[in-house]
Design a protein around this ligand. Structure first.
Ligand code: NAD
Length: 261
């Protein structure tokens, strides 16, 4: 299995799940453009670490996914560098928790922009290239919260359900073009994104951080184990193989049984 001649963009890939997906694509031989809101210096350092580990071309682009022009520029940077874009992983995401009536308006706008609209803007820019090539893979990091809801997550749940819907539309529009589009729906993955939620459980219940993690996972995930970022990376690579050419329009849970309940 090799993605040797493929060029990939992974949004929000300086940390967590996105970094693991970028690593997995690089390990499979793809040239990868990573992205995040870190400084140029930190982004370049992370790109160099991935490139050195996998002997492939990895570059950092500091585009802000809340800005449509910068999203488009990120896709164009891949086409400028490699003459193509084969794999687009829309992964950047943020979180904020509060009751709906207390939810700050600016947090709603930011979550919708970064977790949902950026995927539209990136696909809008990438699809003409993918159709021209007759091959493309769009993979959207949704969430178990793309399939079911939880309290205090109005913006996140709305954005992730929307992302699952967008996934289906792109899949249908391109089903005969060699371009697939799927959503991956992780359950709890231990990354910086969920640290505040772990801290809140620890504070509210007087638990240690380790016990708060157990408490967090126990409530939703029957496996009682975190999903590992590398497991999301492996699924993303599989979706890029010929074996997955007929998988399109799906929302694939990787959630230890969360959404089976
Ligand atoms: P993380 O905080 O570790 O990483 C987020 C990444 O997004 C970082 O690289 C950050 O720089 C980037 N980012 C944030 N704002 C950005 C912006 N405006 N423009 C560009 N990049 C930006 O988070 P993570 O847990 O790895 O989350 C990645 C994705 O996985 C998100 O879409 C998240 O919703 C989803 N997800 C996470 C979990 C989980 O439990 N951690 C579960 C399901 C889905």
């Amino acid at each position: 299995m090799t993605l040797d001649s493929k060029a990939a963009v992974v949004t929000g890939s300086t940390s967590g799940i996105g970094r693991a997906v970028a690593e997995a694509l690089a390990a499979a031989g793809a040239s990868v453009i990573i992205n995040g809101i870190e400084s140029r210096e930190d982004g370049d350092r992370i790109a160099a670490e991935i490139a050195d580990a996998h002997a492939t071309d990895v570059r950092f682009e500091p585009a802000d996914m809340s800005r449509p022009d910068e999203v488009e520029a990120l896709v164009n940077a891949c086409v400028d560098a490699h003459g193509r874009i084969d794999v687009l992983v829309n992964n950047a995401g943020i979180q904020h928790t509060a009751l709906t009536e207390e939810f700050p308006r600016e947090k709603w706008d930011a979550i919708l922009a970064i977790n949902l609209s950026s995927a539209f803007h990136a696909a809008h820019a990438a699809l003409p290239h993918m159709k021209h090539q007759g091959w493309g893979r769009i993979i959207n990091t949704a969430s178990a919260h793309g399939l079911v809801a939880s309290v205090q997550k109005a913006a996140y749940v709305s954005a992730k359900h929307g992302l699952v819907g967008l996934t289906k539309v792109i899949a249908l529009e391109n089903a005969d073009q060699g371009v697939t589009c799927n959503a991956i729906c992780p359950g709890w993955v231990e990354t910086p994104l969920i640290q505040q939620q772990i801290q809140k459980i620890a504070d509210d219940q007087g638990l240690s951080i380790e016990d708060a993690k157990v408490e967090l996972v126990r409530h939703k995930q029957p496996s009682r184990q975190f999903v590992q970022p590398e497991q999301i990376g492996a699924l993303a690579v599989f979706l890029c193989t010929d074996a997955a050419s007929q998988i399109t329009g799906t929302a694939l849970p990787v959630d230890g049984g969360w959404t089976a309940q």
